[in-house]
Design a protein around this ligand. Sequence first.
Ligand code: PMP
Length: 417
Amino acid sequence: MADPNILSTAKPAFDVDRIRREFPVLSQTINGKPVVYLDNAATTQKPRRVSERVFRFDTEEYGTVRRGAYRLCERSTQLYEEARKKVAAFMGTPDSSEIIFTSGTTQSINLVAYSFGKRFIQPGDEVIISNIEHHANTVPWQVVCEDRKAVLKVIPVNDRGELILEEYDKLLSGKTRIVAVNHVSNALGTVNPVKEIVRKARAAGARVLIDGAQSTPHIKLDVKDLDCDFYTFSGHKMYGPSGIGGLYARKEMLEAMPPYVTGGDMIRQVTLEKTTYAPPPMKFEAGTPPISQVIGLGEAIDYLNEIGMDKIAEYEHSLLEYGTQLLENIEGLRIIGTAREKASILSFHLDAVHPHDVVTLLDQEGIAIRGGHHCAQPTMIRFNVPATARASVSFYNKYEELDLLADSIRKIIKMFS
Ligand code: PMP
């Protein structure tokens, strides 16, 4: 077991046992051992109430949205729009028409890259991303730059995995149309100084998209205070259903941008000669949306609000500090990503064992973590590793689970030495 004398983490009061009772999956065993779920950056488990809410909606309240004048449709539409209001309040905008439902962060970024690119990016213009982006915030910009004959610029990072802001300053110019960076890096856990990044971009006349896939479950948000133009999220990483997520976008941008997907529900009028579009958010929600998933997402947001994002952040930060101290004390282990501001993620590399072997051997102990490039190959190249093993915590994790992780890693290192 870990030597408690080396650990100096303050442990805030948090009733994790009560929380865990909401998540039946966490009381299962794997290989006869209690499951230790530490892959929360990939996807989070769902509390029972989210699935129960979806079940009740599907079996008692279900109807299509926005199309009919009968009761089930009206009720369904009302619940759907209430969920949008919950998301809007959670993100920090009073105007729910600034929230577009999508299938998640990937689709949200593709929507902005395509639609913003088509309207605002001209040959010779520049787009800025960083060296620690998920492929979802890299590839769409490569495609749009190729398409629009624009230039993609990249903010480098230091050895801790922090963006080098002096280099960012040098990249920004009157040619910059948009800056797209994550709030929290999924590969390293770095929390980027997004407020400063936005302020500088706006001073240069550029727009800003923040990839919030990894921040929305961990950090209290206020998009209006951030002053960004776009902010994305994924429901399955915030205790909600998969297949649903969204995009906050400043109203003026949604009004100026052309639609991304076209068809039913996004129109004002269609004749065979010409189509006019519905106002946002419908302009960007063509077709029948994932209605039940939206209702589930609304329930997940109620759940997060009831626990309190400040409390969640405080407890998870303490877990992260505790885990960091444990791993720092393991010989032959290198933590990849040692930014001064971090959230949730512990990426590491063992001198003697490939990350895929680490993950497979930990699985035999019932411990679920991720090994690979985490859809961030440019980040792996920057840190000169083919892949990392990554443990990522949630507020339903316990300090004891991190002890178990550290002890199991020690055993693996011993086995390979
Ligand atoms: N950006 C980041 C930072 C992520 O961590 C992820 C998911 N791993 C994505 C984008 C893509 O999210 P999704 O798969 O939910 O679309």
